[in-house]
Design a protein around this ligand. Structure first.
Ligand code: 8YV
Length: 321
């Protein structure tokens, strides 16, 4: 049935209150719940002006949505969106930068602390009743350590500020030095790994950063080094990471992201020098609500004829059709 209200498609669920807001404003279709996805696209696809949500947004989907004007992506990382195809068709892509910086940086520090102070192992030690038989092994003092940040962007800076508060020395690798920061810059990632006790990844995902952290980088970090990843599983050679941890060529790892989520390499489960979390960097109530609300605000802006709040860099100069 054709309706007067603009029609919007939701590709993947996002924060319930934000999603309900969108559903109150427009006629919406939950593609992720459709028993027959293709049937839904055939039935309503030609009337959809905007999509909101996450997951893979590719040229095939654009083909099924000929009136599409906006992809309001819920997430700061949008490597799963085929932005080149979108731009070609005059479709603008927005993401949700800024609002998740604190939550993701908080998780980065939580993982770093958990790995360095061996919190998970210490917890298991207490629960197993091992304490009466002797104390827990000493760990490293954070203030003695150098943290190498791979990707000193908005989230990387928040990580650096928090790590500074713990007395850590900060160094970083970016394609170019960042102006206005006094941290040691390494143009070469291998050099940063050699100079660091902990290497923490905050770079965007996608083909440009795939396997940026090679086996050589992990080996340069070394048997006492700790690798922390809150970026994307794809930025590290995961097979090499598992191998280095098993062999003791790398000291420890704390990982929130994996190459084939929600699949996690089973070999990691047996290692007590590894802390694993299920991609929860931005998963706090207020953060996920702020991300969802920003996506909805972008849809409201487009359909209300106002400027978009957060177009991605590739679409900054594009006027929605
Ligand atoms: C979420 C993220 O997992 O924003 C990103 O790029 O990786 C995370 O905040 C994702 O957005 C799911 O909604």
């Amino acid at each position: 049935m054709t309706t007067q209200r603009p029609e919007v498609m939701i590709t993947r669920p996002f924060y319930p209150a934000s999603m309900e807001w969108l559903e109150r404003e427009y006629t919406t279709y939950r593609l992720f719940e459709a028993p027959d996805r293709d049937a839904m696209l055939r039935e309503v696809g030609s009337r959809i002006q905007a999509i909101a949500g996450g997951g893979a947004v590719d040229a095939a989907l654009f083909g099924a949505l000929p009136a599409l004007r906006l992809v309001a992506y819920v997430g700061v990382g949008y490597e799963q969106v085929d932005v080149a195809s979108a731009v070609q068709r005059g479709i603008v892509v927005t993401n949700t930068p800024g609002v998740l910086n604190d939550a993701v940086a908080d998780l980065a520090l939580s993982l770093l602390l958990a790995a360095e102070r061996r919190i998970v192992t210490a917890d298991a030690f207490v629960r197993a009743g091992e304490w009466p038989a002797g104390g827990f092994p000493f760990t490293r003092h954070l203030g003695d350590l150098t943290l190498g940040i791979v990707g000193l962007g908005r989230i990387g800076l928040e990580v650096a500020h928090r790590a500074e508060a713990f007395g850590m020395t900060i160094a970083y690798h970016n394609r170019n030095p960042r102006s206005g920061v006094a941290y040691a810059y390494h143009s070469d990632l291998l050099g940063l790994a050699q100079a660091s006790d902990i290497l923490l990844c905050v770079v965007p995902g996608g083909s440009e950063t795939r396997h940026l952290v090679t086996e050589d980088v992990l080996r340069a970090l070394g048997p006492t080094g700790t690798f922390v990843n809150i970026a994307r599983g794809s930025v590290v050679d995961e097979a090499a990471l598992v191998r280095c941890l098993q062999e003791g060529a790398l000291g420890a790892a704390a990982l929130d992201v994996f190459d084939r989520e929600p699949a996690v390499p089973q070999e990691l489960f047996a290692l007590d020098n590894v802390v694993l979390t299920p991609h929860i960097g931005s998963a706090t109530h207020s953060t996920r609500k702020a991300m969802g609300d920003l996506a909805v605000q972008n849809v409201l802006a487009l359909l209300g004829g106002r400027p978009l709040l957060s177009p991605v860099a590739e679409c900054a100069a594009l006027t929605p059709r």
